[in-house]
Design a protein. Structure first.
Length: 343
């Protein structure tokens, strides 16, 4: 198939594009290479894709309505994996307009491109953040998600609602994927795995929020990619007996079925590095949630995929990659790494 992957220079986008290319699909990768974090990492990810047969990169912003419409017109995509968007809970508090442009305006542009050009299936990134601080664990796709605690979460909830309207009005098959704290090689430098690993390796303190009383469904990247591809290959149908809506629309959690304490996650990094962390216990941060825990039965029934990589195994692979990528000598320099397990 000819597939558009947006956010192709991002963490999940790069790995998804690699998997599609490996099975023989043609991939057009789109990214604006913004500076939310170091664009060099994004360029290095692209360097993993560009030699592959069947891959072509387009530098473009999804908020550019005319440019995106022209791309859809020229390419004739069969399916779209939409992973572009402004990420990060904390950043949404200080820079809300970035989220409106990318996650709302950009998503409408993507929906319109799919509608106007008869795309057979749109798979898009949502987030476990939509669940907020709900008391019920594990988070199930049928749970109400009406009270987001960050603007980022609100935009992801909005994406699900917008997608449903297009599925209902225009019979566009859409599948939203609620990612749960994805980690692994080529991961984002603003998230806890990288920040903790870099700080511990260099002898700097890590700030542990909510005094460490946090739980997350840390989900290894390979498990996420298997879920993305399996969902892409099965488009929802209208009037399905097992669907709460007659529209060709689905939403799934993609997360580890094991929610672990932050202390265990830090211990896995310490073990992989062979160094102990210096911890500064901190109060809860605004916009954060105490726990995430993914119910995975619906995804497993739909695709046969169940994320299952133990965090200790995944962290070893991440740390091995980190050492190779950064080749950073351990330094006596001390500072503080502000980090939390991002949703």
């Amino acid at each position: 198939m000819k597939i558009l992957v947006t956010g192709a220079a991002g963490f999940v986008g790069m790995h998804t594009a690699q998997a599609l290319l490996a099975r023989g699909d043609e991939v057009v990768g789109l990214d604006n290479l913004n500076d939310y974090y170091d664009p060099q990492l994004k360029r290095d990810r692209l360097a993993q894709l560009e030699p592959a047969r069947g891959f072509r990169f387009v530098r473009q912003d999804i908020a550019d309505r005319a440019a995106l419409a022209a791309l859809f017109e020229a390419e004739g995509f069969e399916r779209v994996v939409h992973l572009a968007g402004q990420a990060g809970v904390r950043y949404s508090i200080v820079n809300p307009h970035a989220y409106a442009e990318s996650n709302l305006v950009g998503f409408v542009n993507m929906l319109e491109g799919c509608r106007q050009h008869a795309v057979k299936h749109l798979v898009y990134a949502s987030s476990s953040s939509v669940y907020g601080n709900g008391a019920r664990l594990p988070f199930d796709e049928s749970d109400p998600v009406d009270h987001p605690v960050s603007l980022y979460a609100a935009t992801k909830k909005a994406n699900e609602l917008m997608a449903h309207s297009y599925s209902h009005l225009f019979a566009l098959p859409t599948t939203g994927l609620r990612f749960f704290t994805v980690y692994g090689p080529w991961g984002r430098p603003d998230m806890a795995p990288w920040l903790f690993t870099d700080a511990i390796a260099h002898g700097r303190a890590i700030q542990v929020f909510n005094h460490g009383r946090m739980r997350r469904s840390f989900t290894y990247i390979d498990d996420v990619v298997r879920g993305v591809l399996a969902c892409l290959d099965r488009a929802p149908e209208a009037n399905a007996a097992d669907s709460p809506t007659p529209a060709p629309y689905r939403v799934f959690n993609i997360g580890s079925s094991e929610s672990i304490e932050l202390g265990r996650f830090i211990a896995a990094i310490e073990s992989a590095l062979g160094r102990q962390a210096v911890k500064q216990m901190m109060p809860m941060q605004a916009g954060d949630v105490v726990a995430t825990d993914a119910a995975t039965k619906r995804l497993e029934v739909w695709t046969g995929v169940c994320p299952e990589t133990p965090v200790e195994d995944g962290i070893v692979r991440f740390v091995d990659w980190y050492r190779q990528y950064t080749a950073a000598p351990v330094s006596a320099e001390r500072g503080a790494a502000r980090a939390r397990p991002a949703s």
